[in-house]
Design a binder for this molecule. Structure first.
Ligand SMILES: [Zn+2]
Length: 295
């Protein structure tokens, strides 16, 4: 269950350990601060380099104004800020910090590239890969509702919690893999995999990996089947797809570890598994980079 919201220092230091352990994924943090163009009495703290697909948590002097990727970031009462680095971001990326006393810092963060293997998937129903026009229209409408749910920018800070696995089992699909569906013997390239798949039996309870507010809950989207989105604050959200059961509704407050639904294979899926995706607004992130290994 929830250990509650942890201090930013703890969140940063625990991720430092995780990233140091998971250097094989290409993530790397350094004890040295991100390079900065101006000295400051209370220097902002950000990692020096991050992986493609990483959620990046930093700390600034409370009351600062922080800008990243043409967006003003929320700054928490203790100075926590967060943003996401996309799968295809080449970097380096910049963060602008303007303190209350007028001091301005521009931080530069390197982005470590990753390899994105091609994954060929056979056995999904052809109509889910190449849908007829009326279905394509339905998919567009449903995706627009999901995109809208991801725009929430809420000052809550559950993203600082140390995330827990929503289910534990074999990772059967990784974030970012280039996907090619095999339909009637021909290859149909599709978007890269937007999350992580964990193969577990139908009906396995799915737990909230961190606390938050449910911003989307629908038992039957065409592509993603039973679908839940949880907002963890500052634009950070989780999504859970292909569920056989949805136990929550929009507006519900959920705590870390609370059961929100059950694993299934609804929508475009070849077998029961949990698809767990994470976002910073529309930027898709790799949940695995947040996680310590399974027990
Ligand atoms: Zn998936």
């Amino acid at each position: 269950m929830s250990g509650g919201s942890k201090s930013i220092a703890h969140a940063i230091s625990s991720r430092w350990v995780i990233f140091a352990l998971s250097f094989v994924t290409g993530a790397m943090w350094s004890t040295a601060p991100a390079s900065s163009s101006a000295a400051s009495a209370e220097a902002a703290q950000f990692p020096q380099s991050v992986s493609q697909g990483a959620l990046v948590i930093g700390k600034v002097a409370p009351g600062s104004k922080v800008r990243y990727a043409d967006r003003d970031l929320l700054v928490g009462p203790d100075g926590a800020v967060v943003f996401g680095v996309g799968r295809d971001e080449k970097g380096p990326v910049n963060v602008d910090v303007r303190e209350r006393n007028g001091e301005h810092e521009r931080l530069t963060i390197e982005v470590t590239p990753r390899d994105w293997p091609v994954e060929r998937i056979e056995g999904v129903p052809p109509e889910t890969v190449e849908p007829p026009p009326d279905i394509a229209e339905r998919i567009k409408r449903e995706q627009a509702r999901v995109v809208a749910a991801r725009q929430r920018n809420d000052p809550r800070e559950e993203f600082l919690e140390t995330f827990v696995w929503p289910v534990e089992g074999r990772i059967s699909g990784r974030f970012g893999n280039q996907r090619v569906y095999v339909v009637k013997g021909k290859d149909v390239p599709k978007s890269p995999h937007s999350g992580m798949d964990i193969a577990v039996p139908q009906g396995t309870p799915v737990k909230a990996p961190a606390g938050g507010i449910v911003t989307f809950a629908d038992a039957s989207l065409y592509l993603t089947g039973g679908t839940i989105l949880i907002d963890h604050g500052h634009g950070v959200s989780s999504n859970f797809l292909h569920l056989s059961r949805v136990d929550v509704k929009v507006g519900d407050r959920v705590e870390q570890g609370q059961v929100i639904g059950a694993v299934g294979m609804t929508g475009r899926a070849t077998g029961p598994h949990l698809h767990w995706g994470m976002n910073w607004f529309d930027v898709r992130l790799d949940p695995l980079l947040l996680m310590e290994p399974q027990r």
